[in-house]
Design a protein around this ligand. Sequence first.
Ligand SMILES: CC(C)(COP(=O)(O)OP(=O)(O)OC[C@H]1O[C@@H](n2cnc3c(N)ncnc32)[C@H](O)[C@@H]1OP(=O)(O)O)[C@@H](O)C(=O)NCCC(=O)NCCS
Length: 407
Amino acid sequence: MNLEYRKLTIDDFDAVAALDEMVEGELPNPARAAYWRDNAFEFDRSMAAFDDGQLVGQSMTYSLGMSVPGGSVLPCGGVSWIGVLPTHRRRGIMTAMMRWQMDDIHERDEPLAALYTSQAPIYGRFGYGMSHFREKWEIDADNSAFESEVESGGQIKFVEYEDAKALFRPIHERAMHLFPGMVTRSDAFWTARLYDDETGLDKPPKMFYVAYDGDEGIEGFAAYSIDDNWVDALPRQVLTVKELIALSDRAYAGLWRFCLDVDLVSTVKATRPPDEPLVWLLADKRAMKREVGDSMYLRLVDVPGALSARKYDTEDSMVIEVVDEFCPWNNGRFLLDAGPEGAACSPTSEGPDVTMAARELGSLYLGGVSARSMQRAGRIEDHTGDGVARLDRMFRSTVAPWAHMYW
Ligand SMILES: CC(C)(COP(=O)(O)OP(=O)(O)OC[C@H]1O[C@@H](n2cnc3c(N)ncnc32)[C@H](O)[C@@H]1OP(=O)(O)O)[C@@H](O)C(=O)NCCC(=O)NCCS
């Protein structure tokens, strides 16, 4: 092996696409590869390994922003495109790329890094903790009456593809202040997101777009596709909600009612955050099958920077000791003085109330997991007897982190 590490250039991209397709087990798709190359790939934030000139490992980071409890949006490195050729695995290539990538994110003053993983055990060693959960829903549309009539007062309107991006974008931006854990969406990601299939980006997609027009103007939108399906001459179509973002409860109820009522559709599928109110709207809770899974993984690259940038439900002051082998600048004790109005966080020599590894702090940060349950699994040490209970009261968010877009 004669390894060299360097950034990728546009001339490398055919090899990048081939490696990506190989590690993901996908068929070559030149149109899709060209789309990401020309519109979204950040070459300056890539790091790759070459063995005698052959591309054998790659990584790239998107420049994203992530919403945190309290409504701020923090710079966040969106780790992606990670893959190592099967002939070169378990020799430290991914570790070397992650090292470069983490230092780069740190130098760019991005307090957060996040990723989706193919396999859950891979990234804990680098300090990424499971922070977002998701639910896969399958709803029996014929059995989906609401508990009581929802007085929505608004109107559902179809939107043309050409108009969807401009109309939906401000809704998405406002939603980021309501839901923690959402990421910013560039123009390139908007285009891809509004397509059911990225292969033919020159053709209109087979998707439908609707907006909820209420007293306050457009209060929410949905994007969905329909799979044609007939059984014994009976309609059994499947409607997949790819996107549904609502700024008000009435828009939420109105958009779901619309999706559940589309003629010929017998099943509605969606992937949603774990605390959505639809189940409470439905008269028959069993009309909805729910499968829970892990979703996004989060890493605090700058512990005091990240902790001081969110808001907390209760006023408290505590010392958190962080063990962080991969980012030694985070190792130590931090005094967090926090509350609903904001927070301050700085290094301290005071004794700790709680001790945890960076990975657990990444899980805890957005308020979607219980510190007590992590403590029971031996992941958080409580030095005072009430440290974990106080952590839970401070960190828990009334709205679960929402991983609404894969990258
Ligand atoms: C996952 C992948 C990138 C790892 O690359 P790699 O160069 O073999 O990783 P490294 O040699 O740097 O391994 C570092 C450590 O992670 C561990 N590790 C690597 N892949 C792992 C996996 N899939 N599950 C659990 N542990 C894993 C290694 O055992 C090693 O542990 P050690 O230091 O205790 O020996 C590579 O196997 C791959 O491309 N897989 C297929 C595509 C994929 O899953 N990509 C990730 C998309 S999110």
